[in-house]
Design a protein around this ligand. Structure first.
Ligand SMILES: Nc1ncnc2c1ncn2[C@@H]1O[C@H](COP(=O)(O)O)[C@@H](OP(=O)(O)O)[C@H]1O
Ligand SMILES: [Mg+2]
Ligand SMILES: [Mg+2]
Ligand SMILES: [Mg+2]
Length: 354
Protein backbone atom coordinates (compact mmCIF):
# COMPACT_ATOMS: atom_id res chain seq x y z
CA UNK A 1 0.00 0.00 0.00
CA UNK A 2 1.21 3.51 -0.80
CA UNK A 3 1.32 6.32 1.78
CA UNK A 4 0.87 3.78 4.57
CA UNK A 5 2.89 5.74 7.13
CA UNK A 6 1.21 9.02 6.17
CA UNK A 7 -2.23 7.48 6.66
CA UNK A 8 -1.30 5.94 10.01
CA UNK A 9 0.20 9.16 11.34
CA UNK A 10 -2.79 11.20 10.12
CA UNK A 11 -5.27 8.76 11.73
CA UNK A 12 -3.42 8.82 15.06
CA UNK A 13 -2.99 12.60 14.97
CA UNK A 14 -6.70 13.19 14.27
CA UNK A 15 -7.68 10.60 16.88
CA UNK A 16 -5.58 12.35 19.56
CA UNK A 17 -6.85 15.81 18.59
CA UNK A 18 -10.43 14.53 18.77
CA UNK A 19 -9.88 13.55 22.41
CA UNK A 20 -9.15 17.23 23.03
CA UNK A 21 -12.08 18.57 21.00
CA UNK A 22 -14.47 16.19 22.77
CA UNK A 23 -13.35 17.56 26.14
CA UNK A 24 -14.09 21.10 24.99
CA UNK A 25 -17.36 20.10 23.29
CA UNK A 26 -18.75 18.76 26.54
CA UNK A 27 -17.61 21.71 28.67
CA UNK A 28 -19.60 24.89 29.11
CA UNK A 29 -16.83 27.36 28.47
CA UNK A 30 -15.23 26.94 25.09
CA UNK A 31 -13.01 30.05 25.23
CA UNK A 32 -14.60 31.46 22.09
CA UNK A 33 -12.84 34.39 20.41
CA UNK A 34 -13.85 36.28 17.30
CA UNK A 35 -11.38 36.30 14.38
CA UNK A 36 -10.70 39.26 12.07
CA UNK A 37 -13.37 38.01 9.63
CA UNK A 38 -15.70 37.82 12.68
CA UNK A 39 -15.89 34.00 12.49
CA UNK A 40 -15.52 32.13 15.80
CA UNK A 41 -12.49 30.19 17.06
CA UNK A 42 -12.26 28.25 20.33
CA UNK A 43 -9.66 26.72 22.62
CA UNK A 44 -10.58 23.45 20.85
CA UNK A 45 -9.50 24.79 17.43
CA UNK A 46 -6.16 26.04 18.82
CA UNK A 47 -5.42 22.89 20.81
CA UNK A 48 -6.30 20.50 17.99
CA UNK A 49 -4.17 22.41 15.47
CA UNK A 50 -1.14 22.45 17.81
CA UNK A 51 -1.41 18.69 18.49
CA UNK A 52 -1.85 17.73 14.84
CA UNK A 53 0.98 19.90 13.53
CA UNK A 54 3.29 18.57 16.26
CA UNK A 55 2.40 15.02 15.09
CA UNK A 56 3.12 15.82 11.43
CA UNK A 57 6.37 17.64 12.18
CA UNK A 58 7.56 14.69 14.28
CA UNK A 59 6.93 12.12 11.54
CA UNK A 60 7.59 14.25 8.46
CA UNK A 61 9.76 17.24 9.46
CA UNK A 62 10.24 18.48 5.88
CA UNK A 63 6.53 18.69 5.03
CA UNK A 64 4.63 22.00 4.94
CA UNK A 65 1.25 22.63 6.54
CA UNK A 66 -1.60 24.92 5.49
CA UNK A 67 -3.56 25.22 8.74
CA UNK A 68 -6.62 27.37 9.35
CA UNK A 69 -5.45 28.83 12.67
CA UNK A 70 -2.28 30.49 14.04
CA UNK A 71 -0.84 31.48 17.42
CA UNK A 72 -1.42 35.26 17.24
CA UNK A 73 -4.36 35.27 19.65
CA UNK A 74 -2.70 32.93 22.13
CA UNK A 75 0.52 34.94 22.20
CA UNK A 76 -1.55 37.99 23.23
CA UNK A 77 -3.96 36.30 25.62
CA UNK A 78 -2.37 34.60 28.62
CA UNK A 79 -5.61 33.16 30.05
CA UNK A 80 -6.57 31.57 26.73
CA UNK A 81 -3.00 30.27 26.29
CA UNK A 82 -3.11 28.58 29.69
CA UNK A 83 -6.48 26.93 28.92
CA UNK A 84 -5.15 25.54 25.64
CA UNK A 85 -1.90 24.33 27.25
CA UNK A 86 -3.84 22.38 29.91
CA UNK A 87 -5.94 20.73 27.21
CA UNK A 88 -2.93 19.88 25.04
CA UNK A 89 -1.15 18.23 27.96
CA UNK A 90 -4.19 16.15 28.87
CA UNK A 91 -4.93 14.73 25.39
CA UNK A 92 -3.12 11.39 25.10
CA UNK A 93 -3.66 8.14 23.22
CA UNK A 94 -3.97 5.09 25.49
CA UNK A 95 -1.45 3.11 23.49
CA UNK A 96 2.06 4.41 24.23
CA UNK A 97 3.57 3.02 21.02
CA UNK A 98 0.91 4.93 19.06
CA UNK A 99 1.76 8.10 21.06
CA UNK A 100 5.44 7.58 20.16
CA UNK A 101 4.59 7.44 16.44
CA UNK A 102 3.23 10.99 16.70
CA UNK A 103 6.03 12.28 18.93
CA UNK A 104 4.47 11.95 22.39
CA UNK A 105 3.31 14.97 24.37
CA UNK A 106 4.22 18.53 23.34
CA UNK A 107 7.05 19.52 25.70
CA UNK A 108 6.51 23.20 26.43
CA UNK A 109 4.21 26.17 25.88
CA UNK A 110 6.74 27.54 23.40
CA UNK A 111 6.69 24.29 21.43
CA UNK A 112 2.89 24.44 21.41
CA UNK A 113 2.89 27.98 20.02
CA UNK A 114 5.54 27.06 17.44
CA UNK A 115 3.46 24.08 16.30
CA UNK A 116 0.31 26.20 16.10
CA UNK A 117 2.19 28.78 14.06
CA UNK A 118 3.60 26.20 11.64
CA UNK A 119 0.44 26.11 9.57
CA UNK A 120 1.25 29.28 7.65
CA UNK A 121 2.36 27.67 4.38
CA UNK A 122 1.00 29.43 1.32
CA UNK A 123 0.28 26.09 -0.33
CA UNK A 124 1.16 25.52 -3.97
CA UNK A 125 1.60 23.00 -6.71
CA UNK A 126 4.92 21.48 -5.64
CA UNK A 127 5.80 18.94 -3.00
CA UNK A 128 4.12 17.60 0.09
CA UNK A 129 1.71 19.99 1.82
CA UNK A 130 -0.82 19.08 4.49
CA UNK A 131 -4.16 20.92 4.67
CA UNK A 132 -5.50 21.06 8.22
CA UNK A 133 -8.85 22.16 9.62
CA UNK A 134 -8.55 21.46 13.36
CA UNK A 135 -12.28 22.00 13.90
CA UNK A 136 -14.37 22.24 10.78
CA UNK A 137 -17.86 23.49 11.51
CA UNK A 138 -16.88 25.59 14.52
CA UNK A 139 -20.38 27.06 14.49
CA UNK A 140 -21.81 23.53 14.75
CA UNK A 141 -19.29 22.75 17.49
CA UNK A 142 -20.59 25.72 19.48
CA UNK A 143 -24.25 25.03 18.71
CA UNK A 144 -24.06 21.38 19.74
CA UNK A 145 -24.19 20.03 16.17
CA UNK A 146 -21.80 18.16 13.91
CA UNK A 147 -18.15 19.10 13.53
CA UNK A 148 -15.09 17.39 12.10
CA UNK A 149 -11.31 17.27 12.58
CA UNK A 150 -9.91 17.23 9.04
CA UNK A 151 -6.43 16.52 7.70
CA UNK A 152 -5.24 15.85 4.14
CA UNK A 153 -1.87 15.39 2.49
CA UNK A 154 -1.59 17.03 -0.90
CA UNK A 155 1.17 15.85 -3.20
CA UNK A 156 2.03 18.30 -5.99
CA UNK A 157 -1.32 20.01 -5.47
CA UNK A 158 -3.40 16.81 -5.50
CA UNK A 159 -5.24 15.65 -2.35
CA UNK A 160 -3.78 12.18 -1.81
CA UNK A 161 -4.41 11.14 1.80
CA UNK A 162 -7.54 12.25 3.65
CA UNK A 163 -8.55 11.70 7.28
CA UNK A 164 -11.70 13.02 8.97
CA UNK A 165 -12.71 12.52 12.60
CA UNK A 166 -16.44 12.99 13.26
CA UNK A 167 -17.07 12.63 17.02
CA UNK A 168 -20.83 13.09 16.65
CA UNK A 169 -21.66 10.84 13.70
CA UNK A 170 -23.10 7.37 14.38
CA UNK A 171 -20.55 4.55 14.19
CA UNK A 172 -22.87 2.50 11.99
CA UNK A 173 -22.17 3.37 8.34
CA UNK A 174 -25.70 2.35 7.40
CA UNK A 175 -27.51 4.37 10.08
CA UNK A 176 -30.27 6.35 8.33
CA UNK A 177 -29.47 9.97 7.71
CA UNK A 178 -32.33 12.16 8.81
CA UNK A 179 -32.75 15.78 9.75
CA UNK A 180 -31.96 15.09 13.41
CA UNK A 181 -28.32 14.31 12.63
CA UNK A 182 -27.26 17.94 12.39
CA UNK A 183 -28.92 19.19 15.55
CA UNK A 184 -28.60 18.40 19.21
CA UNK A 185 -25.83 15.94 18.51
CA UNK A 186 -23.91 14.40 21.35
CA UNK A 187 -20.89 12.19 21.52
CA UNK A 188 -22.26 9.54 23.79
CA UNK A 189 -22.34 5.76 23.17
CA UNK A 190 -22.48 4.61 19.55
CA UNK A 191 -21.06 7.85 18.19
CA UNK A 192 -17.67 8.87 16.85
CA UNK A 193 -16.16 7.79 13.53
CA UNK A 194 -12.71 8.08 12.01
CA UNK A 195 -12.60 8.05 8.21
CA UNK A 196 -9.46 7.51 6.12
CA UNK A 197 -8.64 7.31 2.43
CA UNK A 198 -5.59 7.13 0.18
CA UNK A 199 -5.78 7.95 -3.51
CA UNK A 200 -6.06 4.71 -5.45
CA UNK A 201 -6.47 2.60 -2.31
CA UNK A 202 -10.11 3.12 -1.28
CA UNK A 203 -11.78 4.57 1.80
CA UNK A 204 -12.47 3.17 5.27
CA UNK A 205 -14.27 3.98 8.50
CA UNK A 206 -13.70 2.83 12.09
CA UNK A 207 -14.83 3.85 15.55
CA UNK A 208 -13.04 6.93 16.85
CA UNK A 209 -12.84 5.53 20.36
CA UNK A 210 -9.44 4.89 21.86
CA UNK A 211 -7.64 1.80 20.63
CA UNK A 212 -10.09 1.00 17.84
CA UNK A 213 -7.82 1.74 14.89
CA UNK A 214 -7.71 -1.94 13.91
CA UNK A 215 -11.45 -2.19 13.31
CA UNK A 216 -11.37 -0.60 9.89
CA UNK A 217 -14.10 -1.31 7.35
CA UNK A 218 -14.22 -0.44 3.67
CA UNK A 219 -16.84 2.18 2.80
CA UNK A 220 -18.41 3.08 -0.52
CA UNK A 221 -21.11 5.35 -1.85
CA UNK A 222 -24.57 3.95 -2.38
CA UNK A 223 -25.79 3.17 -5.90
CA UNK A 224 -28.50 5.66 -6.91
CA UNK A 225 -30.63 3.98 -9.60
CA UNK A 226 -33.20 6.77 -9.43
CA UNK A 227 -31.93 10.26 -8.60
CA UNK A 228 -35.41 11.29 -7.41
CA UNK A 229 -34.87 9.03 -4.40
CA UNK A 230 -31.54 10.65 -3.49
CA UNK A 231 -30.79 12.27 -0.14
CA UNK A 232 -28.84 15.51 -0.38
CA UNK A 233 -26.78 17.24 2.30
CA UNK A 234 -26.07 20.92 2.76
CA UNK A 235 -24.67 23.35 5.35
CA UNK A 236 -26.74 24.40 8.34
CA UNK A 237 -25.43 27.93 7.86
CA UNK A 238 -27.32 29.67 5.05
CA UNK A 239 -24.39 32.08 4.76
CA UNK A 240 -22.05 29.24 3.71
CA UNK A 241 -24.17 27.69 0.97
CA UNK A 242 -27.34 28.90 -0.74
CA UNK A 243 -30.27 26.94 0.63
CA UNK A 244 -32.49 28.46 -2.07
CA UNK A 245 -30.30 27.37 -5.01
CA UNK A 246 -29.74 23.94 -3.44
CA UNK A 247 -33.52 23.51 -3.13
CA UNK A 248 -34.11 24.62 -6.72
CA UNK A 249 -31.58 22.04 -7.95
CA UNK A 250 -33.12 19.27 -5.86
CA UNK A 251 -36.57 20.12 -7.14
CA UNK A 252 -35.42 20.10 -10.80
CA UNK A 253 -33.88 16.68 -10.19
CA UNK A 254 -37.26 15.51 -8.88
CA UNK A 255 -35.95 15.03 -5.34
CA UNK A 256 -38.84 15.30 -2.88
CA UNK A 257 -37.05 14.47 0.40
CA UNK A 258 -36.00 17.59 2.27
CA UNK A 259 -32.29 18.24 2.63
CA UNK A 260 -30.24 16.92 5.53
CA UNK A 261 -28.46 19.89 7.08
CA UNK A 262 -25.28 19.41 9.04
CA UNK A 263 -22.11 21.35 9.69
CA UNK A 264 -18.61 20.46 8.52
CA UNK A 265 -17.05 17.83 6.28
CA UNK A 266 -19.30 15.31 8.04
CA UNK A 267 -21.31 15.91 4.82
CA UNK A 268 -18.53 14.49 2.61
CA UNK A 269 -18.08 11.61 5.07
CA UNK A 270 -21.82 10.88 5.17
CA UNK A 271 -22.16 10.57 1.42
CA UNK A 272 -18.88 8.61 1.14
CA UNK A 273 -20.26 5.93 3.51
CA UNK A 274 -23.57 5.79 1.61
CA UNK A 275 -25.68 7.29 4.39
CA UNK A 276 -26.54 10.20 2.08
CA UNK A 277 -26.00 10.63 -1.66
CA UNK A 278 -25.31 14.18 -2.84
CA UNK A 279 -23.54 17.19 -1.29
CA UNK A 280 -24.49 20.61 -2.68
CA UNK A 281 -22.61 23.78 -1.73
CA UNK A 282 -23.79 26.55 -3.98
CA UNK A 283 -22.04 29.89 -3.44
CA UNK A 284 -23.81 32.66 -1.57
CA UNK A 285 -21.38 35.47 -2.22
CA UNK A 286 -19.55 36.11 -5.51
CA UNK A 287 -16.36 37.11 -3.72
CA UNK A 288 -15.95 34.26 -1.19
CA UNK A 289 -13.05 31.90 -1.89
CA UNK A 290 -13.49 28.39 -0.48
CA UNK A 291 -10.57 27.34 1.76
CA UNK A 292 -8.54 24.25 0.80
CA UNK A 293 -8.77 22.86 4.38
CA UNK A 294 -12.57 22.85 4.14
CA UNK A 295 -12.46 20.33 1.26
CA UNK A 296 -9.16 18.49 0.74
CA UNK A 297 -9.82 15.54 3.08
CA UNK A 298 -13.48 15.22 2.08
CA UNK A 299 -12.59 15.14 -1.60
CA UNK A 300 -10.18 12.18 -1.20
CA UNK A 301 -12.81 10.34 0.83
CA UNK A 302 -15.59 10.82 -1.72
CA UNK A 303 -13.38 10.05 -4.73
CA UNK A 304 -12.11 6.85 -3.12
CA UNK A 305 -15.64 5.79 -2.19
CA UNK A 306 -16.77 6.00 -5.82
CA UNK A 307 -17.80 9.61 -6.18
CA UNK A 308 -16.93 12.67 -8.19
CA UNK A 309 -16.36 16.20 -6.87
CA UNK A 310 -16.14 19.43 -8.88
CA UNK A 311 -17.11 23.04 -8.40
CA UNK A 312 -20.60 24.23 -9.29
CA UNK A 313 -19.58 24.78 -12.93
CA UNK A 314 -18.21 21.26 -13.23
CA UNK A 315 -14.57 22.43 -13.03
CA UNK A 316 -12.10 20.25 -11.10
CA UNK A 317 -11.19 21.77 -7.73
CA UNK A 318 -7.67 23.21 -7.97
CA UNK A 319 -5.86 22.70 -4.66
CA UNK A 320 -2.49 23.81 -6.07
CA UNK A 321 -2.89 27.58 -6.22
CA UNK A 322 -2.64 28.61 -2.59
CA UNK A 323 -4.67 28.56 0.60
CA UNK A 324 -7.96 28.98 -1.24
CA UNK A 325 -9.76 27.44 -4.21
CA UNK A 326 -9.78 30.81 -5.93
CA UNK A 327 -10.40 29.43 -9.42
CA UNK A 328 -13.54 27.58 -8.27
CA UNK A 329 -17.03 28.51 -7.12
CA UNK A 330 -19.08 26.23 -4.86
CA UNK A 331 -18.82 22.44 -4.62
CA UNK A 332 -20.89 19.53 -5.91
CA UNK A 333 -20.23 15.91 -4.88
CA UNK A 334 -22.19 12.85 -5.99
CA UNK A 335 -21.75 9.19 -6.93
CA UNK A 336 -20.10 8.81 -10.38
CA UNK A 337 -23.22 7.37 -12.05
CA UNK A 338 -25.53 10.28 -11.27
CA UNK A 339 -22.90 13.03 -11.25
CA UNK A 340 -23.44 14.12 -14.92
CA UNK A 341 -27.18 14.44 -14.32
CA UNK A 342 -26.65 16.48 -11.14
CA UNK A 343 -24.04 18.86 -12.54
CA UNK A 344 -26.18 19.63 -15.61
CA UNK A 345 -29.00 20.83 -13.36
CA UNK A 346 -26.59 22.78 -11.12
CA UNK A 347 -25.24 24.62 -14.20
CA UNK A 348 -28.78 25.33 -15.39
CA UNK A 349 -29.77 26.88 -12.04
CA UNK A 350 -26.56 28.90 -11.80
CA UNK A 351 -26.78 29.95 -15.44
CA UNK A 352 -30.17 31.57 -14.94
CA UNK A 353 -28.65 33.72 -12.19
CA UNK A 354 -25.79 35.08 -14.33
N1 LIG B 1 -19.35 32.81 3.04
C1 LIG B 1 -18.93 31.56 3.12
N2 LIG B 1 -19.18 30.68 2.11
C2 LIG B 1 -18.76 29.41 2.18
N3 LIG B 1 -18.07 28.91 3.24
C3 LIG B 1 -17.79 29.74 4.26
C4 LIG B 1 -18.20 31.09 4.27
N4 LIG B 1 -17.78 31.66 5.43
C5 LIG B 1 -17.13 30.69 6.13
N5 LIG B 1 -17.13 29.53 5.43
C6 LIG B 1 -16.51 28.24 5.75
O1 LIG B 1 -17.52 27.29 6.03
C7 LIG B 1 -16.94 26.32 6.87
C8 LIG B 1 -18.00 25.47 7.53
O2 LIG B 1 -18.71 24.83 6.52
P1 LIG B 1 -20.14 24.19 6.78
O3 LIG B 1 -21.14 25.27 6.62
O4 LIG B 1 -20.19 23.15 5.69
O5 LIG B 1 -20.10 23.63 8.15
C9 LIG B 1 -16.14 27.13 7.85
O6 LIG B 1 -15.14 26.30 8.37
P2 LIG B 1 -14.73 26.44 9.94
O7 LIG B 1 -15.91 26.10 10.74
O8 LIG B 1 -13.61 25.47 10.01
O9 LIG B 1 -14.28 27.86 10.11
C10 LIG B 1 -15.61 28.29 6.98
O10 LIG B 1 -14.28 28.09 6.55
MG1 LIG C 1 -13.61 24.60 8.08
MG1 LIG D 1 -12.03 25.27 11.27
MG1 LIG E 1 -13.01 28.79 11.13
Amino acid sequence: MTYEKELEVALLAVQRASILTKTVYSSHSKGTLSKSDSSPVTIGDFGAQALIIASIKHAFPEDEVVGEEDADDLRKNEDERKLVWDLVQAAKLDDSSAEDKIGGPIKSVDDMLTALDSGRSNGGRQGRIWALDPIDGTKGFLRGGQYAVCLALMVDGVPTVGVIGCPNLPIDDQAPLDSSIGADADDKEGKGVLFGAVKGEGATSRPLSKGALQQSKKISMKAVPDVRQATFCESVEAGHSSHGDNAAIASKLGITKSSVRMDSQAKYASIARGAGDIYLRLPVSKSYEEKIWDHAAGVVLVQEAGGEVTDAWGKPLDFGIGRTLKENKGVVAAPKDVFPQVIEVVKEVLGVKQ
